[in-house]
Ligand binder design. Structure first.
Ligand code: NAD
Length: 484
C-alpha cells in the first residue's frame, strides 16, 4: 500500500528494532489484503524490553522528577497524538476496520487519558498518621516499577492510552505488548514518549504473538505489575503467571451486557442507544449492549425500531467513511466475522428469529450486516456468550424480578443499563445489577473520569477514573521514632 509504510519495527530501549521471531502480516480487514508487515518479538526481545524499563525505574529518573513535571510530559503525549491525529486515524482504520470518523473519536479519547492522568500526577498524596508524641508517621505511594500492558485489537490506541497514561503519571516504566492483528498505531506511543523527552527505555512497544511474547512478558520476573485487556481464557493465563511472580494484575475482560427496557422507557431515545451500544466499532466493544431485555408490552415495538436502526446503517470500507453518520466498517478479521455468523446461525437453529442482518456481505473483506435477533431466551448460547460483533439479542420479561434475573444470569458482569422514567425502579435495578457500571437512560454514560471494570468473569481492578491510579502504586508507611 503506497500510503502506509511496508514494514514497522518494535521499539525497545529507545531504538527501532527487528523482531527475533521474524515478521507478521497485518491485514486490512476491509479488503483482505496485506497492509504491512510488523516485527515480531521473541522471548529475548521481551527480556530486553523489560530490562530496559527496569533500568529506567531503578535509575530513579522517573521518581526523582517532580510529579507536576512528569504530569506535564504525560499531557504533552496526548497533545502529540492529537497533532498526528489524521495520520494515525488513516492507519487505524486500515488495520482495524472501523470508519475513519470512529478512528478520530478513538484518538481523541486516547488523548483525553493523557490529559486526565497527566493532570493528576501531583495529586497522588499520602497521609500523615498520628502515633502520639514519640513518632512521626506518614504514607507515600511509590510506583511498582515495571508495568506490563497487554493490549487487545479492538481499540489498540485507546486501550494502550488508558493504562500507559496512568502508569507514566505515577512514575512507572512500561512495556506494551501490542495486539498482533492491529499493532501499527501503537508506534505513535513510542514516538510520543520520545518527543516529550522521557528517558530511553521508559516506554517500550513490542508486537508479538500472545502465547509467545505475551506469555513471556506476563511471566517475566522483572515485571512488577500487569494490566491486561482481552478475553477470559487469556486473562486466566495471565493472572496465573502473575501469581507465580506474586505481582498484582488488573484484568479487563469480556462482557455480555444487558439493557433492561421497562414499559415506560423512551424508545425514541433508545434507538440512539441501539445505534451506539451495539453497532459502534461493529459491536467489537467489551461493554457493548449485546442484550436488550424488554418488557413484553413493548417487545414488538422495540424489535421494529431495532430492525430499522440496523437496516439504516450502510456497511463498507472504513476508509471511505470519513464523516460521522449512519455507517459501519469491517470487523477486525474474517475469522471474527465468521465466528459471529456461526453464532447467529446457531441461535436461529435454537429458535431465535433473525429480524435483520446475520449474513456476511457479498464482497471481499470482513463485513457483517448489522444484526438483530428476536425471541432469544436465556438458555440459548447467544444469550450468555460474547459475540464481539454487531449482533443484538432481544429477550423479553414479564416483571422486574425476571428482568434482573436474566440480566444477572451470565458469568460476566461488566456493565448494565436500565431504561425507565421511574427513578425508584431505576435505582432498585442499579443496586441489584451485578456489574461494575450501570447506565440509566443512556448507554455508555460516563467517561474517562468514571471507574470502569467488571464483576464476575469480566475481571477485577478498575481502569479509568481516580481508582485506576491506585493500580500503579504501592503504599509505603514510614515511621520515625523521635527523641523528644
Ligand atoms: P485475547 O485475549 O485473544 O488477546 C488480548 C491480548 O492478549 C493480545 O495482545 C494477545 O496477543 C495477548 N495474549 C494472548 N494469549 C496470551 C497469553 N497466553 N499470555 C499473554 N498474552 C496473551 O483478546 P482479543 O481477542 O484481542 O480481544 C477481545 C476480547 O477482549 C473480548 O473478550 C473483549 O470483551 C475483551 N476486551 C475487554 C475490554 C475491557 O476493558 N474489559 C476492552 C477491550 C476488549
Amino acid at each position: 500500500m503506497a500510503d502506509i509504510k511496508p514494514y514497522w519495527q518494535n521499539y525497545i530501549d529507545g531504538a527501532w528494532v527487528d523482531g527475533g521471531a521474524g515478521r507478521i502480516d497485518v491485514t486490512d480487514p476491509a479488503t483482505g489484503e496485506t497492509l504491512a508487515e510488523h516485527a515480531l518479538a521473541d522471548v529475548a526481545d521481551v527480556d530486553r524490553a523489560v530490562m530496559a524499563a527496569r533500568r529506567v525505574h531503578l535509575s530513579g529518573a522517573l521518581t526523582a522528577m517532580r510529579p507536576i513535571e512528569r504530569g506535564r510530559m504525560v499531557q504533552a503525549m496526548g497533545r502529540f497524538l492529537l497533532e498526528h491525529k489524521d495520520e494515525i486515524a488513516r492507519v487505524l482504520t486500515r488495520e482495524q476496520g472501523k470508519p475513519l470518523w470512529e478512528s478520530h473519536i478513538e484518538i481523541e479519547g486516547a488523548a483525553l487519558y493523557f490529559e486526565y492522568y497527566g493532570n493528576q500526577a501531583s495529586t497522588v498524596e499520602g497521609r500523615s498518621i498520628p502515633l502520639g508524641a514519640g513518632y512521626m508517621d506518614w504514607t507515600e505511594y511509590e510506583p511498582f516499577g515495571v508495568s506490563a500492558q497487554i493490549i487487545p485489537w479492538n481499540y489498540p490506541i485507546e486501550m494502550t492510552a488508558r493504562s500507559l497514561a496512568a502508569a507514566l503519571a505515577t512514575g512507572n516504566a512500561c512495556v506494551i505488548k501490542s495486539p498482533e492483528m492491529t499493532p501499527l498505531t501503537n508506534a505513535w506511543f513510542a514516538l510520543a514518549s520520545e518527543a516529550v523527552g522521557f528517558p530511553k527505555g521508559t516506554v517500550n512497544v513490542i508486537c508479538g504473538l500472545g502465547h509467545d511474547a505475551g506469555a513471556a512478558l506476563a511471566g517475566h520476573p522483572g515485571v512488577n505489575q500487569i494490566v491486561f485487556t482481552g478475553s477470559v481464557p487469556t486473562g486466566i493465563a495471565i493472572a496465573t503467571a502473575a501469581a507465580q511472580n506474586v505481582v498484582p494484575c488488573v484484568l479487563e475482560l469480556g462482557g455480555k451486557s444487558a439493557a433492561i427496557v421497562h414499559d415506560d422507557a423512551d424508545l425514541d431515545a433508545f434507538e440512539n442507544d441501539i445505534r451506539w451500544g451495539i453497532y459502534f466499532n461493529a459491536g467489537q466493544v467489551c461493554s457493548a449492549m449485546s442484550r436488550v431485555i424488554v418488557h413484553e408490552s413493548r417487545h414488538d415495538e422495540l424489535v421494529a425500531r431495532a430492525e430499522n436502526v440496523a437496516k439504516s446503517l450502510s456497511v463498507g470500507p472504513g476508509a471511505e467513511r470519513d464523516t460521522f453518520g449512519a455507517n459501519m466498517g469491517a470487523m477486525v478479521s474474517e475469522g471474527q466475522r465468521d465466528r459471529a455468523v456461526g453464532m447467529v446461525a446457531r441461535a436461529a437453529e435454537q429458535g431465535a428469529t433473525v429480524v435483520a442482518g446475520g449474513r456476511k456481505l457479498n464482497r471481499a473483506g470482513a463485513f457483517l450486516e448489522p444484526t438483530v435477533l428476536a425471541g432469544v431466551t436465556p438458555e440459548m448460547e447467544i444469550a450468555s456468550n460474547e459475540v464481539f460483533g454487531p449482533v443484538l439479542s432481544v429477550l423479553s420479561f414479564k416483571d422486574e424480578a425476571e428482568a434482573l434475573e436474566i440480566a444477572n444470569g451470565t458469568d460476566y458482569g461488566l456493565v448494565g443499563g436500565v431504561f425507565t422514567a421511574d427513578l425508584d425502579r431505576a435505582t432498585r435495578a442499579a443496586r441489584q445489577m451485578r456489574t461494575g457500571q450501570v447506565f440509566v437512560n443512556e448507554w455508555y454514560a460516563g467517561g474517562v473520569e468514571t471507574p470502569f471494570g467488571g464483576f464476575g468473569k469480566s475481571g477485577y481492578g478498575r481502569e479509568k477514573g481516580r481508582e485506576a491510579l491506585w493500580n500503579y502504586v504501592q503504599t509505603k508507611n514510614i515511621a520515625i521514632r523521635l527523641k523528644g
